[in-house]
Design a protein around this ligand. Structure first.
Ligand SMILES: [Ca+2]
Length: 156
């Protein structure tokens, strides 16, 4: 009898441990959702580029794309194909340090910058740039490849 009650007590303990674990999982789930909520989405490349610019994950306008029609002061704020570690255990997929080619709509231009808020090395693009490795710049991946963080998008 006493033994039974003991085992019942242990079972009760397991249940509350499981509940605590579930609560912890729920907590990290909520944190993940909040994190994703901070990152906005951009539309992908339009079938015909008549306004703004389109940025691409890879050279030669290949891979994931995003259509920009106004200035972006920090590409970290936009969901994209490049993964960046936030802490030892969490990561975010965004457009920072990711762009490898850019298409420019007729009558528009872009200025690409290596830092946020339109700072750092920059380059004005008035025509399509199929490979940012080949433009002037001193990023570790060549030229300005995979190191753009802000973009001005303007009509000429
Ligand atoms: Ca890239």
């Amino acid at each position: 009898m006493l033994r039974r009650r003991e085992s019942g007590g242990i079972a009760g303990g397991d249940v509350s441990n499981a509940a605590a674990r579930a609560a912890r999982y729920a907590g990290s789930f909520v944190a993940a959702v909040l994190l994703v909520g901070c990152v906005e989405s951009l539309p992908t490349a339009p079938s015909e580029l008549t306004t703004g610019v389109t940025i691409y994950e890879h050279a030669n306008f290949v891979g994931a794309s995003a259509h920009l029609t106004q200035d972006v002061s920090d590409l970290k704020g936009y969901a994209g194909p490049c993964e960046h570690e936030l802490t030892e255990t969490t990561a975010q997929n965004d457009w920072n340090d990711c762009v490898s080619s850019v298409r420019i709509a007729p009558g528009w231009y872009a200025v690409i910058f290596t830092d946020d808020d339109f700072r750092g090395q920059s380059l004005e693009l008035t025509a399509d740039a199929p490979n940012l490795q080949l433009v002037p710049g001193s990023c570790s991946h060549g030229g300005l490849n995979d190191c753009i963080t802000s973009v001005r998008v303007r009509q000429r």
